[in-house]
Design a protein around this ligand. Structure first.
Ligand code: ADP
Ligand code: MG
Length: 614
């Protein structure tokens, strides 16, 4: 037999941009980050997961056609649902053709065919495709990755992304903010010092970040953005207009047909993308023998999307304010995301920041390239660089009266830790409830609830005397651990903050078991081998017992039952079905129960008599 050894290869760590619209995987090819193409030669893997007619899961470009033919069997933009609750996304779901499974309560499950999946499971299918592409291209296993997330992602969304990585069989070494990755891709760390703005307008999210470079080290001064702004909004607007035109031209609406809308969506996207390079395009939509045609000039297009582009500028100004910089102080502007190819976007950015933006790298590859650089740093193939990120939202605890006490403020650089001392509000109080919240609002009820836990066993004292120290620690991935400690007794309680809408560890474990490639087959094989070992044991013991004196104490009927159970187990033993074997082991166990009892009794009697009984 031939076995392939990968042992002497260095640990390959890939960088992954898990996008709302498109996902990419990249690696460090010697000194250069490089995006890895799939088998189809395409670098961008559309973040689409479909169920084919033959009930197979297909991902990426292959799923694109399926999305047109069977929109009800396809899921896209799942990143919008990551780490979020049903209530969070109710409005949003109206725009999507796919449905959330009823009764899924706080954990979202989306329907695909007759199955349902959580958003991390869907993302894991995409990640697994990227992993597969990388393994094919690099000719070896890939088990470690750096995955990027929007700077705006909260704790739950980050956890969900990690869960997705785990489900895909990837050890997620680091989650990196997308803008930070983009700055790395441009190698801006080589610059001595300066202020850089990273403007990222993708398909579904808008992020603006201001980084400061000093001595070749980046620090993210501030981030801002909008989790609901991107090329999708432009597409939806064009679709909306086209649907109205069609309604008036044809006298009928096609808006009810998922297939029609998807076909129109593809046509609109093609037209929009072409318009970035030519002054005018022809939009064409053919449906049931009818044709809708319209010429769109860039001028008209710009007019249609101006408010969308303008709505990115407010967050940019807020971000500059938070960072304490003026446009004049910004030295470099980096463009990220496919939508920054739109000339109107470029000019708006240039006007606002009064600097010509970087466009040398492909805006849709830049984040993956930066993730690969970070992967290289972690794998030790790239000289170490210090990377500082910031926490996008403030973190604190609820105080008496529902007011929030912020412990780590938004835009603090991470890793970060901070602590504050509190006291009890009631005489002889022995428990305090620590309620961890995230957000900028004053009242806990307006913030996002991250965790609640009790610190018990505080020495009973008059109100105001106990000293409870609460320490917050955010690691490099932006994941929070909270420790509460009674200064007097030293009693403490720590929670790694689990997002309210995330998955429990058990759910993740169960999903890993259920969904990793071949997991089902592996599981069956493991069960089979386990139960056969058990069957071997009980058959050997029974055979031995049949030669024991106790055998003769049984009735003929009992003996016949055991023999029959034994013979049947020998036959079933060869069947590849652990349930069947298990059931028969149980039958034999049951049948030999009395025999075992009698053997015990004989042994005890023998022992009492001072004789040894085998
Ligand atoms: P995400 O980070 O959200 O996955 P990407 O950075 O891949 O998104 O950007 C995808 C968006 O960019 C889509 O809305 C796509 O239509 C848009 N896009 C890609 N190329 C162009 C182009 N040439 N002109 C305008 N928009 C484009
Ligand atoms: Mg992106």
């Amino acid at each position: 037999m031939f076995q392939i050894e990968f042992d002497n290869q260095p640990d390959r760590v890939v960088g992954i941009d898990l996008g709302t619209t498109n996902s990419l995987v990249a690696w460090m090819n010697l000194t250069q980050p490089e995006v890895i193409s799939g088998q189809d030669g395409e670098k961008l893997v559309p973040s689409i997961v479909s169920l084919s007619e033959r009930d197979e899961l297909i991902v990426g470009n292959a799923a694109r056609q399926e999305l047109i033919d069977h929109p009800e069997r396809s899921i896209y933009s799942v990143k919008r649902l990551m780490g979020r609750g049903v209530e969070d996304v109710r409005e949003e779901l109206k725009l999507f053709p796919f449905r959330i499974a009823e009764g899924s309560e706080s954990v979202i499950r989306v329907e695909l065919g007759d199955r349902t999946f959580t958003p991390p499971e869907i993302s894991a299918f995409i990640l697994r495709q990227l992993k597969k592409n990388a393994e094919a291209a690099l000719d070896g296993p890939v088990t470690k990755a750096v995955i990027t997330v929007p700077a705006y992602f909260n704790d739950a969304q980050r956890q969900a992304t990690r869960d997705a990585g785990r489900l895909a069989g990837l050890e997620v070494l680091r989650l990196v903010n997308e803008p930070t990755a983009a700055a790395l891709a441009y190698g801006l760390d080589k610059r001595k010092e300066g202020i850089v703005a990273v403007y990222d307008l993708g398909g579904g999210t808008f992020d603006i970040s201001i980084l400061k470079l000093q001595e070749g080290i980046f620090e993210v001064l501030a981030t801002n953005g909008d989790t609901h702004l991107g090329g999708d909004d432009i597409d939806n607007r064009l679709i909306h207009i086209a649907l109205e035109d069609i309604q008036s031209e044809w006298g009928e609406s096609v808006a009810q047909s998922g297939e029609a809308v998807q076909t129109l969506r593809q046509a609109v996207i093609r037209a929009k993308e072409a318009l970035s390079f030519t002054p005018s395009v022809n939009l064409e939509f053919l449906w049931n023998g009818k044709a809708y045609r319209r010429t769109i000039t860039r001028e008209v297009f710009d007019g249609l999307i101006k408010d969308i582009v303008d709505s990115t500028l407010g967050p940019c100004r807020d971000c500059m304010r938070d960072a304490g910089v003026t446009p004049e102080q910004i030295d470099e502007v980096v463009l990220v995301g496919g939508s920054t190819r739109i000339p109107l976007v470029r000019s708006a950015v240039e006007v606002l920041f009064r600097a010509r933006p970087h466009t040398e790298l492909n805006p849709d590859e830049v984040v993956a390239l930066g993730a690969a650089v970070q992967a290289g740093i972690l794998a030790g193939t790239v000289e170490n660089q210090l990377l500082l990120d910031v926490t996008p939202l403030s973190l604190g605890i609820e105080m008496y009266g529902g007011v929030v006490s912020k412990i780590i403020h938004r835009n603090s650089t991470i890793p970060a830790s901070a602590s504050e001392t509190f006291t009890t509000g009631v005489d002889r109080q022995t428990n305090v409830l620590i309620h961890v919240v995230q957000g900028e609002r004053e009242l806990a009820k307006d913030c996002r609830s991250l965790a609640r836990f009790d610190l018990k066993g505080i020495d009973p004292m008059p109100a105001g005397f106990a000293r409870i120290e609460v320490r917050f620690l955010i690691d490099a991935n932006g994941i929070l651990a909270v420790t509460a400690r009674d200064a007097r007794t030293g009693k403490e309680q720590t929670v790694e903050v689990k997002p309210s809408y995330g998955l429990t560890d058990e759910q993740v474990e169960a999903m890993i078991e259920a969904s990793i490639d071949h997991a089902e087959a592996d599981y069956q094989a493991a069960q089979l081998s386990g139960i056969r070992i058990e069957a071997d044991g009980i058959m050997a013991a029974t055979e031995k017992a049949m030669r024991h004196a106790a055998w003769l104490t049984l009735t003929d009927e009992d003996r016949a039952q055991i023999t029959a159970a034994m013979n049947r187990l020998k036959v079933i033993y060869c069947v590849n079905d652990h349930h069947l074997i298990h059931a028969q082991v149980d039958v034999l166990n049951q049948a030999t129960h009395k025999l075992a009892e009698n053997m015990m009794n004989t042994a005890v009697q023998g022992a009492l008599k001072g004789t040894k009984v085998e």
